[in-house]
Write a protein that binds this ligand. Structure first.
Ligand SMILES: [Fe+2]
Length: 295
C-alpha cells in the first residue's frame, strides 16, 4: 500500500449570482485522488425579520440540495436590521446555522448576547481584545471535520480597528495547526480591501467571502493557490428595498438630506421592509476537496 500524505486542499466554488462552476481548477493531478469532500454554505447579511424568514425557508431546501456539511450565516443585521439579540441568535441557529459571523453592527444593539464568547458567534477579530466575544473559532461538522472560521473587518470607510491582514496572519499561526478547512468572513465596505485579503490568504485558507454591502458581486472565483473568493455574498432579506430598508424612507432621506426614521427599536414599527413578495437568501456554496498524493 502506498503511503498517503495530504498535499493540497482545493475548492470548487459556485455562486448564487451565476451558478457557474469556475473551470480549470478542479481536475485532480494523475497522482492525486479525492479523499474527502466538504460542502459549506455561506449566507450573506441576514436583515431583520424578512431575512430571518428567508433563511428559515431556504436552509432546509439548500441543505438537502447541496448536501451541505456546514453553514455560515452573517447575522449582524438580524435583529431589526442592526445587531443580534439572544432571540434572533436562537432563530438563526434553529434555522440551521452552525456559526454566525458578524461585523460593525454587532454591538449596536445593547441586547447583544452577553455570552457571545461561549456561543458559536464571532465578532470581527480586529476589535480590541477587551471587547466581548472572539474573532475566530474551531467547529466540528457532524461528520467529524474540523473547521476554523475567522471574522475580520475592513478599515476603509469603517472603524479604525487593528490591521486585518496582520491579524489574519496571527490567527492562522494557530488555526492552521488545528484545522485543514479555514474560512474567513471579511466584513468590509471597500471591494479593494476584500480582494487584497483574498490574495493575501490565497493558498492558506479554503475560502474568503466578503459581507457588509448587501449587494452580491459577480466576481466569484478560485484563486491560483486554491482559495475560493467572492467580494460580497449579498443580503438575505427583502429585495424590494434599499439594502433591506424601506425604499421610500431612503429615497426621502437622500432627496431631502434630512434624517429618515430608520432606527425604531421595535421591528414592527421600523422602516424595515415588511412585504412578503421579494425576500431572498443570498449566499454561495463552496465545496472543499482534500486531495492525496501517492508518490
Ligand atoms: Fe456591516
Amino acid at each position: 500500500m502506498p503511503s498517503l500524505s495530504f498535499v493540497k486542499n482545493r475548492v470548487l466554488f459556485t455562486s448564487g449570482a451565476t451558478g457557474n462552476p469556475q473551470p480549470g481548477t478542479l481536475a485532480p493531478l494523475r497522482s492525486e485522488f479525492v479523499l474527502a469532500i466538504l460542502t459549506v454554505l455561506f449566507f450573506g447579511d441576514v436583515v431583520g425579520r424578512p431575512g430571518r424568514e428567508a433563511l428559515a425557508y431556504a436552509v432546509p431546501l439548500l441543505q438537502e440540495k447541496h448536501k451541505a456539511d456546514f453553514i455560515v450565516v452573517n447575522g449582524e443585521n438580524a435583529s431589526a436590521g442592526s445587531g443580534l439579540t439572544p432571540a434572533t441568535y436562537s432563530k438563526l441557529m434553529s434555522s440551521g446555522a452552525n456559526v454566525i459571523t458578524t461585523g460593525d453592527h454587532i454591538f449596536r444593539n445593547r441586547e447583544y448576547p452577553l455570552i457571545i464568547g461561549e456561543m458559536p458567534v464571532l465578532r470581527p477579530a480586529n476589535y480590541p481584545k477587551s471587547a466581548d466575544g472572539k474573532g475566530w473559532g474551531l467547529y466540528t461538522t457532524a461528520g467529524g471535520v474540523r473547521i476554523a472560521v475567522m471574522n475580520l473587518m475592513g478599515r476603509v470607510f469603517m472603524e479604525p480597528l487593528r490591521c486585518p491582514y496582520e491579524l489574519a496572519d496571527e490567527i492562522l499561526q494557530t488555526a492552521s495547526q488545528q484545522a485543514k478547512v479555514i474560512l474567513l468572513d471579511m466584513h468590509a465596505e471597500a471591494t479593494s480591501e476584500k480582494v487584497a485579503m483574498g490574495w493575501h490568504l490565497d493558498g492558506r485558507v479554503s475560502a474568503v467571502v466578503g459581507t457588509h454591502t448587501h449587494i452580491q458581486t459577480a466576481d466569484e472565483r478560485v484563486l491560483p493557490g486554491g482559495t475560493a473568493y467572492i467580494s460580497d455574498l449579498g443580503m438575505t432579506g427583502p429585495y424590494d428595498s434599499v439594502l433591506g430598508r424601506d425604499k421610500y424612507a431612503v429615497i426621502e432621506e437622500l432627496r431631502t438630506a434630512m434624517p429618515a426614521r430608520f432606527e425604531s427599536r421595535r421591528e414592527r414599527r421600523s422602516s424595515l421592509w415588511r412585504g412578503r413578495e421579494d425576500r431572498r437568501p443570498d449566499g454561495t456554496r463552496a465545496v472543499h476537496r482534500t486531495f492525496s498524493n501517492r508518490s
